[in-house]
Design a protein around this ligand. Structure first.
Ligand code: AMP
Ligand code: GLY
Length: 423
């Protein structure tokens, strides 16, 4: 079988490496791919948001199945387009991807169907939003409605910060059209858990839980990033909480999407906060998380292509999905300055570390074959171990072997999880 994988980051590299374990898989085309993916797939250079280019490529090449990993092509309707060409896909329709593409849609869905989430109000005019800020409790969370490269959420400690957030999102339009509507919501506290789930709209199969580290600096300080590292499983996510999440959040969400005529098929990502009041949804994503996929997929024992096909054919209930009991850790090695300004094109050297997996995020090959940086997040050094301590140690040993000018990593990925285990 020949498979097309849309995207070009660490998550896509993890998906591609997993698909490679299946002997039926012949060629994998990556659109666009990256410098590391090039060792496991044919990289095309076609951008993940170039829907016409992708459709043309899919018509001209023998493609049996497509996997759409990033949010933007899903929200733009790439899955519908490829299915329209007769190509089966892993990834939700545009109507279903709205669960990530519009925060207003997601919040209204949760309100309508009684799914626990932070209390909120929606505003389409900055005057009304500013008036509301006079009376709302602080901190307040201001969210741009649409996709904003993971940067559309601003936590505002006081009214001055909230006014500035409204001005930049709704007036200066720093996230473009994504800021024509905003959600202002209650600030929640508690440990965060990421749960990715396979679903075909009938059955929902949660994967092993994980914990992202979104802030740039140690101790959860600094700017929000796409994710500086992950561990799995998440020790806060106990079997009792998992049961509650299934009953109060996962199944109600799948049923709600069906009731709205937006059946979700693909990977649904539940960003949860475990509050004193029980688990609540912070956000939905219509895809695998990055770098959550980098710790969840190495622990998956079942063949990934078999699951993808079962999701597309709506027979997920027939596939027993199994995860290893081990732990995994992914440490992101990033370009100095990320997530603000950083330079690209730095030569990368890797001293291989036994048993580590290198998922490339922002790397490219120069014409002479040299590996160079091409993004903020560069490589996710990943390892699996019998214990979380062992996985963390192996991942850091691998990360320290990755060098380039300005390379940076957090030094405390997994430490909060270790403390939770002790506590
Ligand atoms: P998002 O871009 O939706 O992933 O949000 C980024 C981060 O903002 C989340 O991972 C949370 O840490 C934080 N956040 C979002 N909404 C809330 C909220 N209502 N209360 C507290 N923190 C939040
Ligand atoms: N790591 C968070 C995300 O993929 O949205």
């Amino acid at each position: 079988m020949n498979i097309l994988v849309v995207g070009g980051g660490g998550r896509e590299h993890a998906i591609i490496k997993k698909l490679r374990e299946n002997e039926r898989v012949e060629t994998i085309y990556a659109l666009p791919g990256n410098g590391g993916i090039a060792q496991d797939a044919v990289c095309t250079g076609i951008a993940a948001t170039d829907l016409d280019g992708i459709a043309a490529f899919a018509r001209e090449n023998p493609v049996d199945f497509a996997v759409i990993a990033p949010d933007d092509p899903l929200v733009l309707g790439l899955a519908d387009r490829l299915r329209g060409l007769g190509i089966p896909c892993f990834g939700p329709s545009a109507k279903a991807a709205a669960i990530e593409g519009s925060k207003v849609f997601a919040k209204d869905l949760m309100r309508k169907y009684g799914i626990p989430t932070a209390r909120y109000q929606v505003f389409t005019s900055s005057a009304e939003a500013l008036a509301y800020l006079e009376t709302c409790p602080y901190p307040a969370v201001v969210k741009a409605d649409g996709l904003a490269l993971g940067k559309g959420v601003l936590i505002c400690e006081d009214i001055a910060a909230a006014r500035a957030a409204i001005a930049s999102i709704m007036e200066e339009k720093i996230f473009g059209a994504s800021g024509s509507r905003v959600v202002i919501e209650e600030f929640l506290t508690g440990p965060e858990v990421s749960v990715l789930a396979f679903t075909d709209g009938k059955t929902v199969v949660p994967m092993v839980s994980s914990m992202d580290h979104k802030r740039a600096l140690d101790g959860d300080q600094g700017l929000n990033t796409g994710g500086m590292g992950t561990i799995a499983p998440n020790p806060y996510y106990t079997p009792a909480i998992a049961k509650r999440c299934m009953e109060e959040i996962f199944l109600p969400t799948i049923r709600a999407m069906n009731a709205e005529g937006r059946t979700f098929k693909g990977c649904l990502y539940f960003g949860l906060m475990l509050t004193a009041d029980g688990p609540k949804v912070i956000e939905y994503n219509c895809r695998f998380g990055d770098p959550e996929a980098q710790v969840v997929l190495p622990l998956l024992k079942t063949d990934l292509l078999t699951i993808f096909q079962a999701v597309e054919e709506e027979r997920l209930a027939e596939v027993p999905v199994e995860f290893s009991q081990e732990c995994a850790c992914c440490v992101m090695v990033v370009s100095g300055g990320y997530p603000a300004h950083y330079e690209k094109g730095k030569a990368i050297s890797i001293v291989p570390s036994a048993g580590a997996i290198y998922y490339h995020s922002g790397t490219a090959r120069r014409p002479d074959g040299a590996l160079v940086t091409s993004g903020g997040r560069v490589i996710g050094a990943t390892a699996v171990g019998d214990t979380l301590e062992a996985a963390i140690e192996k991942a850091y040993a691998a990360a320290r072997g990755i060098t380039f000018e300005g390379a940076y990593m957090r030094s405390d990925i997994g430490q909060r999880a270790l403390r939770a285990k002790e506590g």
